[in-house]
Design a protein around this ligand. Structure first.
Ligand code: HEM
Length: 200
């Protein structure tokens, strides 16, 4: 461990904010698409989120639920690859030491919080990936077939449960993580926020 590093590198900062943004987008998409109707008529043309900005035309009609589930799986697999890069990067590069002003218990709590976030960052997309393999639909990446579904309802339901629980756990940890970051800035007035910023 190199304790003399005082801030995160550009690569670590870009990976942090890119993954944070993609996970938040995926959480919103996952919770939103879950409510979509199962019996809506099929169509081949989708105005993305009805925003009037981008229209997708598919080779064949699908239900609105299938369309957004496929989008979730496609972005999710992309996020998974970026998360794997991030985890490998972190395992091979030391993080800067915590500010000396932090108490020992605060450092321990922050360390466990970060470890928890890394575990959930892996468990969440991996459980979605495995659930989808055990579904009858399989997985496509932006229209390109990746794996055929094995259609095993028991295993699918198990990994669906893991996916949902890990989604709620990561929401909880993200909220605590943001509260801690704001506390560093507003209460402790230290450099913790600055060292995860490109313009620090
Ligand atoms: C960081 C990445 C991901 C996040 C944050 C995420 C988040 C979520 C959330 C919040 C839900 C709704 C859970 C609920 O209803 O309570 C969901 C559902 C789902 N996710 Fe993901 N997901 C991710 C990656 C993936 C991947 C990689 C796949 C598959 C390749 C996937 C497949 C699914 C499927 C199929 C559902 C719907 C389950 C159902 O209702 O039948 N997810 N996801």
């Amino acid at each position: 461990m190199n304790d003399t590093v005082e801030r995160y590198t550009k690569t670590a900062i870009i990976l942090h904010w890119l993954v944070a943004l993609m996970i938040i987008v995926m959480l919103a998409l996952g919770l939103w698409m879950h409510e979509l109707p199962k019996d809506a008529p099929k169509t081949a043309v989708f105005d993305l989120f009805n925003w009037g900005i981008y229209t997708v035309t598919l080779p064949e009609p699908v239900s609105v639920r299938t369309f957004y589930f496929n989008l979730h799986k496609s972005i999710g697999m992309t996020v998974l690859v970026i998360i794997l890069i991030r985890v490998i990067w972190r395992l091979t590069h030391a993080a800067p030491a915590f500010p000396a002003t932090m108490k020992a218990w605060e450092m321990k709590l922050a360390d466990w919080g970060h470890k928890g976030l890394y575990v959930l960052m892996l468990v969440l997309p991996l459980s979605g990936f495995i659930m989808s393999i055990y579904s009858k639909w399989g997985i496509m990446w932006f229209g390109i077939p990746v794996v055929k579904g094995l259609d095993n309802p028991q295993l699918r339901d198990f990994f669906k449960e893991v996916h949902e629980i890990s989604a709620w756990l990561i929401i909880l940890l993200i909220v605590l993580h943001v509260i801690a970051a704001v506390k560093h800035k507003v209460v402790d007035k230290d450099d913790v926020m600055k060292r995860m910023s490109l313009h620090g």
